[in-house]
Design a protein around this ligand. Sequence first.
Ligand SMILES: [Zn+2]
Length: 207
Amino acid sequence: MTLDQQLLAAASGIVAASHRCYQRGWSPATSSNYSQRLDEHAIAITCSGMDKGSLQTAGVMAVDLDGQPLTDGKPSAETLLHTQLYKRFPDCGAVLHTHSQQACVISRCLSQCDALELEGYEIAKAFTGIRSHETTLHIPIFTNSQDIPALAAVVDAYCAQRDDLRAYIIRGHGLYVWGAAMNDCWRHLEALEYMLECHLLEIRMQA
Ligand SMILES: [Zn+2]
């Protein structure tokens, strides 16, 4: 398959995920970005500033793992946060980044915490490799920054210290989650957003 053919196939999956994220309210106002691995050196990723409810395959481009364009277009501003995950985890095949209210609000409420521990959720089994609700999902919370290369370095250093990471949150911003393929990544995202919605509900009920 040529790069263009690989890109088109990946873009179709990205567009489908994009429309679902937008419909769920997780990707408002051109926010969020999504990517899928093309091969060991390249990924498909959403272009900068695209409305995620009306994204089409032309709004997806190819970049190398240093974030350099391989096809026409301007890649997402957060491209290096995607390439960091593909470089760090060779079995990472797709990355979804959303700006959901629950990820934004919870991380703002937990202003003194550098991680969220999600415990006892049956739906945690939606994550590949988790077989019991008696699992604690450790979700680090990183400080938001417009310096994406610096933030990617912070995330990468954290990933190097733990082998159980499945997602992370950027405070007041949104979450990143990944998987071996786009369908796995979507399942992980849907489960995580559900757990965050539950967690937010618990905070509100305890208030
Ligand atoms: Zn973002």
